[in-house]
Design a protein around this ligand. Structure first.
Ligand code: AMP
Ligand code: GLY
Length: 425
């Protein structure tokens, strides 16, 4: 099987790495890939969706997997399917679950899926009145895609009003913010839960926890994610059952009934409040860095999972996971998340340690290959160090052993990934 992976991050590297170990997979292409994905396959520099579909036809690509939300929301799946190409991901219409927070919240309401009370509006006076009616903190969200920056948790009514005003005027996020959602703050602990869906059936993956803040103890600015681990012991069978019955099944049934069956990754941002899972948001793709810890937990061939989901055959798939834990620690560049950083050579200690060789690996993200063939950190989140073990504590220790062997100027990482679970919640 030949596979094309769309995207350039650690998530796409992790998917490629899992597929590279699958004996059914012959060749992997990345569009555009990064400076390290060329170790797993071939990078191609095509971004136009129709040209990419031409490439898939002419190169015998059997399956295309889309990593990021951008191409999904822009309709890459519709273009490939019109050419009768097999592609894993939701249609443009179904991708609105991530592309529009208003669409998502209204969908949840229509199908009685638990979420925070909210209004959607494009009028400032209506926003002010609803803000006043809520207890602080108040959450203000831009409707459209804002690269993970469109959510403001305002500590006071005044701060919430200011955020609403800046969004509605177009100053904050341009057109993406001229309609907003205002909602009540949910106080609990957060989970990332992923279901691989084929339109009707689903496979639920081990629940993960992301660490969105830059600094230890969840301090500092929000980022795309500084580390993740799975499975999290903060989820028990009762929560999985509630998620299936109250969230996943009604979502798949609702999407089908509304003529946009959901195929791809349903990423549920969940807040557990007093034991009850509530949906914060949906994304229509894997989380990054969650994907980097979930892919190595997959025991059955990755191609089976993705191909059967893409072709509506999940029912016939037998998907198994390792009974192990994975912890992923992001190493980011100096300026992250504010500024770009100069290129910095990545140096990995050449010390052979059996424990590291067998139970750790790197998922590369923001890296460039220099003319000297060396790898350089090129900014943002550079790479993820993954440790695997039978216990979470051991997996964490191994991930950090690997972190200790990797050097580049300006590197920064959290030193407490998985702390909530290790402290018991
Ligand atoms: P979202 O992009 O909607 O997931 O929001 C980004 C982050 O903001 C989430 O991961 C949560 O940490 C936080 N957040 C969003 N909505 C709420 C809410 N209603 N209550 C508490 N925290 C929230
Ligand atoms: N790690 C969260 C996300 O990918 O949105």
């Amino acid at each position: 099987m030949n596979i094309l992976i769309v995207g350039a991050g650690g998530r796409e590297y992790a998917i490629g790495l899992a597929l590279s170990k699958d004996e059914k997979v012959e060749k992997i292409y990345f569009a555009p890939g990064n400076g390290a994905t060329d170790m797993l396959g071939e990078n191609i520099g095509i971004s136009d969706f129709s040209k990419l579909a031409d490439f898939a036809c002419s190169h015998g690509v059997d399956l295309t997997i889309v990593g990021p939300e951008g191409p999904l929301v822009e309709g890459i799946v519709d273009i490939f399917e019109a050419r009768e190409l097999t592609i894993f991901g939701p249609s443009k219409q179904a991708a609105q679950l991530e592309g529009s927070k208003i669409f998502m919240k209204n969908f949840l309401k229509r199908h009685r899926i638990p979420t925070a009370p909210y209004i959607e509006t494009d009028r400032l006076q209506e926003a002010y009145a609803f803000i006043e009616s809520l207890e602080t903190p108040v959450v203000v969200k831009a409707d459209g895609l804002c690269g993970g920056k469109g959510v403001i948790i305002a500590q006071s009514h005044d701060e919430a009003k200011k955020a609403a005003e800046e969004m509605l005027s177009g100053n904050a996020f341009g057109h993406a913010g001229t309609r907003i959602v205002i909602e009540a703050f949910l106080d609990g602990y957060e989970l990332s839960v992923f279901a691989i869906c084929d339109g009707e059936e689903y496979v639920i993956l081990p629940a993960a926890q992301d660490h969105k803040r830059l600094l230890n103890n969840d301090q500092g600015p929000n980022t795309g994610g500084m580390g993740a681990y799975a499975p999290t012991p903060l989820v028990n069978d009762a929560i999985y059952k509630k998620l299936e019955e109250r969230v996943i099944v009604p979502t798949l049934e609702g999407m089908k009934a509304e003529d946009m069956p959901f195929k791809g990754v349903l990423f549920m941002g969940v807040m557990v409040v007093d034991g009850e899972p509530m949906i914060l948001e949906y994304n229509v793709r894997f989380g990054d860095p969650e994907c980097e810890v979930l892919m190595p937990l997959l025991k059955s061939p990755a191609s089976e999972l993705f191909y059967k989901a893409a072709t509506g055959n999940l029912k016939s798939a037998e998907i198994r996971f390792h009974e192990a834990y994975a912890v992923g620690v992001v190493m980011a560049s100096k300026g992250y998340p504010y500024q770009s950083s100069p290129l910095a050579e990545i140096i990995i200690d050449d010390i052979h340690h059996e424990e590291l060789a067998e139970h750790t690996h790197i998922a590369y993200a923001g890296v460039t290959r220099g003319e000297d063939q060396k790898l350089y950190a090129s900014g943002g989140r550079v790479l993820v160090c993954i440790g695997m073990a039978e216990t979470l504590a051991q997996a964490q220790k191994r991930a950090y052993m690997l972190v200790g062997q990797i050097h580049f100027v300006g590197k920064q990482c959290r030193t407490d990934i998985a702390y909530q679970a290790l402290q018991g919640g």
